[in-house]
Design a protein around this ligand. Structure first.
Ligand SMILES: C[S@@+](CC[C@H](N)C(=O)[O-])C[C@H]1O[C@@H](n2cnc3c(N)ncnc32)[C@H](O)[C@@H]1O
Ligand code: SF4
Length: 407
């Protein structure tokens, strides 16, 4: 075997060609001539790969998504069916078995391959059942939090009535007791095993966990700090999470005062994600969001004063052709009233209508036509253009694609 760089070795395997092994502390990537690339977590569970120009990702619930580009160069993301998923996983396992016959001289590579071979299709299916017994479905995360460790101190959405959102309609909002939360964390740790080291941060589920009354919230945050290293110097630690993150709706955000946000900041809450959706107050009413665009500006001011970053989510395409211009203009104006700084993010989420029945009904009544993918892309560009000065201040303005999410 030949060393290519600190973590990468390669070997020539008959019938395959050069096979590269990238051994990171918490992941393994195998590349066959850079044509077939597949990667695994520290327990050896298949996480995803790149085969013949199509990228695949497997979620911990063992669903699998594939992504490719359509003829208009728009990204297509679809969940594959059971047959295709089985075929991909079996193929990866067969490839690893074949490779293993030729790498007996490298103990670390052999050990990693043995770990991977323990996770065949049936073992991954069983693992998904375990995952679903610990978590309520993880419906959505902000894109920068896909690699977080999700904990669910609360389940569901305390509002659950926005016309376009169906993420949490399958569950009632409830907050866990400290004992129940400790038990949840114990199971989460068992489930992830060594693979927990790949996770970068802690995300509090579900839709607005920070709405938990402050006294209980602090109790729950203390438990998290007792159980996990957060914002610690990792020189003498296995790993450390960089902070705690959560969604919060505008109503929930208004219920806390500056002092309480400062307290959260001291518990290493780093960024709070709020759905503004639109700066247009008339359209906002059709979305049936709690609060208003102006109230969103106020809460962002308070949160930022406490030294916590924000992630603001805008619903691109909302209001169809009827609100096309007003949505762009008023959203830019509202966002520009907010006091952003380095580390804040503005997300633009292209509207998906699949389960937004209530919203579709309202828009039909109004006679608003749904925008096509080109019009939504154009609206996104116009909003980005209006916010371009913010990017120079270190604020990221980027896409939040709910169809790409898989935990
Ligand atoms: C969990 S929610 C937001 C956080 C918080 N609950 C709130 O309402 O402020 C996540 C985001 O997903 C987006 N979202 C929900 N339903 C959507 C849909 N049908 N199409 C596109 N984005 C959607 C919205 O932009 C929403 O802000
Ligand atoms: S957008 Fe947020 S507040 Fe509205 S229903 Fe969805 S999760 Fe709840």
């Amino acid at each position: 075997m030949e060393k290519v760089s600190e973590n990468v070795t390669k070997t020539l395997i008959p019938g395959i060609g050069n096979v590269y092994f990238n051994l990171q502390k918490y992941s393994t990537t195998i590349s066959e001539e850079h044509q077939f690339i597949y990667y695994f977590d520290a327990e050896g569970k298949f996480m995803g790969g790149f085969f013949n120009g199509i990228s695949y990702r497997r979620g911990l619930d063992n669903r699998m998504m594939k992504k490719f580009f359509d003829e208009d160069k728009f990204k297509v993301k679809i969940f594959v069916d059971e047959n295709e998923k089985r075929k991909i996983i079996n193929d990866v396992i067969e490839r690893v078995e074949r490779i293993k016959r030729y790498v007996s001289e490298n103990d670390e590579v052999v050990k990693r391959l043995e770990d991977i071979l323990r996770w065949d299709y049936d073992a991954l299916q069983k693992d998904a059942i375990k995952f679903l017994s610990i978590y309520k479905p993880i419906s959505i995360l902000p894109p920068d939090q896909y690699l977080s460790l999700v904990l669910q101190p609360a389940e569901g959405c305390s509002w659950n009535k926005c016309t376009f959102c169906s993420f949490y309609q399958d569950r009632r909002f409830r907050v866990k007791s400290p004992d129940e939360f400790k038990e949840h964390i114990k199971k989460v740790k068992e489930f992830f095993g060594r693979a927990i080291g790949l996770r970068k941060s802690i995300f509090l589920g579900d839709a607005n966990a920070l709405i938990i009354p402050q006294k209980r919230l602090i109790e729950l945050l203390k438990i998290i700090h007792d159980e996990f290293p957060i914002s610690k110097n990792i020189s003498n630690l296995e790993f450390s999470f960089d902070g705690i993150y959560s969604f919060l709706d505008i109503f929930g955000a208004e219920r806390k005062n500056l002092q309480e946000y400062i307290e959260l900041k001291n518990f290493h809450v780093k960024r709070i994600y709020i759905g503004l959706e639109t700066g247009d107050s008339e359209l906002f009413k059709y979305l049936n969001k709690p609060g208003s665009p102006d109230e969103c500006v106020d809460v962002v001011e308070t949160i930022k004063k406490a030294g916590i970053n924000v992630g603001i989510i805008v619903l691109a395409g909302a209001g169809g052709d009827k609100f096309y211009e007003a949505h762009i203009k008023n959203t830019i104006e509202t966002i520009l009233k907010m006091p952003f700084s380095n580390g804040d993010i503005i997300y633009l989420s292209p509207l998906v209508l699949d389960e937004a029945d209530e919203y579709v009904k309202l828009m039909n009544e109004l006679g608003a036509r749904t925008l096509n993918k080109f019009e939504i892309a154009e609206q996104i560009n116009r909003i980005k253009e209006g916010l371009k000065n913010l990017t120079q201040q270190g604020v990221k303005v980027t896409i939040y694609d709910i169809q790409e999410f898989l935990y």
